[in-house]
Design a binder for this molecule. Structure first.
Ligand SMILES: CCCCCCCCCCCCC/C=C/C(=O)SCCNC(=O)CCNC(=O)[C@H](O)C(C)(C)COP(=O)(O)OP(=O)(O)OC[C@H]1O[C@@H](n2cnc3c(N)ncnc32)[C@H](O)[C@@H]1OP(=O)(O)O
Length: 271
């Protein structure tokens, strides 16, 4: 692994983790070292209740240009003489493992899409819980332009559920780009902001999340994603019921109610 930090992290405000993809010269294209570092950062905060929200953005003018087309590098575990198919599968699993890493992180992830998000970079943006897009940002369903399938890193599961099968199919089969205005119109972007304020708006969104009970936020994220997978509304309601009872038994719930009635800010226990 190179010495340069390919993933920059900082804590600009209490409870907020800011993650920056840091290969600006390559438009933050994904290579094995960047993905390894991103896995490590997410693993460190996965169950950390003191990290109340995460903002993910790119250094420089792009969010992420997807797979590094000049070479991804060799994922851990690859052996000499391993065939191209086996190596490709390792690359696949190495990158696609981020889907579960994002999904399993207790804190909501807000993508501040500061520029081009192409191929796997578009998938990274879609895996976030919230997308704040710069007015100059463009999503590129680019896998298919490189002779790959656009069904990768969760895109075939996420996009149809976000914008409907027909619209998703038109985008994924043509490999076309989606500018920020269209992304907002079809529901892929929570909001579109001027380029110089997109990060600030994302940080403000993170702060708004951090005002709420950590356990309540965690259960909301968990149930929203889980209920995308359940087969029926009844199953979804059942999961809501079971997790809501858990929330109602927390000290944070009691503190939230008492503080409201006493007309003062709540003091949550961070769990
Ligand atoms: C060793 C490999 C082992 C085997 C591997 C097998 C793998 C099996 C499949 C695994 C799949 C993994 C999942 C991910 C797949 C993908 O993401 S596929 C899609 C990859 N990404 C792209 O195709 C996007 C390509 N880039 C662009 O379309 C454009 O650059 C842009 C993002 C729309 C921005 O355009 P623009 O602003 O006009 O900038 P450019 O001039 O095009 O680019 C500036 C410089 O950056 C370089 N660059 C851009 N993207 C990449 C990239 N993805 N990888 C490497 N380099 C990139 C570009 O070449 C320019 O460089 P210079 O010419 O030197 O300035």
């Amino acid at each position: 692994m190179s010495d340069a930090k390919l993933i920059l992290t900082e804590r600009p405000r209490p409870g907020i983790l800011l993650i920056r993809l840091n290969r600006p010269d390559e438009l933050n294209a994904m290579n094995v070292d960047l993905i390894e570092e991103l896995h490590e950062v997410l693993a460190d905060v996965r169950d950390d209740s003191l990290t109340r929200a995460i903002v993910l953005t790119g250094e420089g003018r792009a969010f992420c240009a997807g797979l590094d087309l000049r070479g991804y590098g060799t994922p851990r575990g690859a052996t000499e003489g391993e065939g191209r198919a086996q190596l490709g599968l390792r690359v696949q699993k190495h990158i696609a493992g981020l889907v579960d890493a994002f999904r399993s992180t207790r804190a909501p992830i807000i993508a501040a899409v500061n520029g081009a998000a192409a191929g796997g970079g578009m998938s990274l943006a879609l895996m976030a819980d919230i997308r704040i897009m710069s007015e100059t940002a463009v999503l590129h369903a680019a896998f298919i332009r490189r002779g790959l399938s656009n069904c990768d890193i969760g895109m075939s599961w996420l996009l149809p559920r976000m914008i409907g099968f027909s619209r998703a199919a038109q985008i994924m089969l043509t490999g076309r780009s989606i500018d920020a205005a269209e992304a907002e119109r079809i529901g892929l972007a929570s909001s579109v902001e001027p380029a110089d304020t997109v990060l600030e708006v994302a940080l403000e969104t993170a702060e708004a999340i951090a005002q709420n009970s950590p356990f309540g936020v965690w259960m909301t994220k968990e149930v929203m994603w889980s209920n995308l997978e359940v087969p029926s509304m009844r199953a979804a309601i059942d999961l809501e019921n079971r997790t809501q009872i858990l929330c109602s038994l927390t000290r944070d719930h009691r503190e939230a109610v008492v503080s409201f009635l006493e007309k003062r800010p709540p003091e949550f226990q961070n769990h």
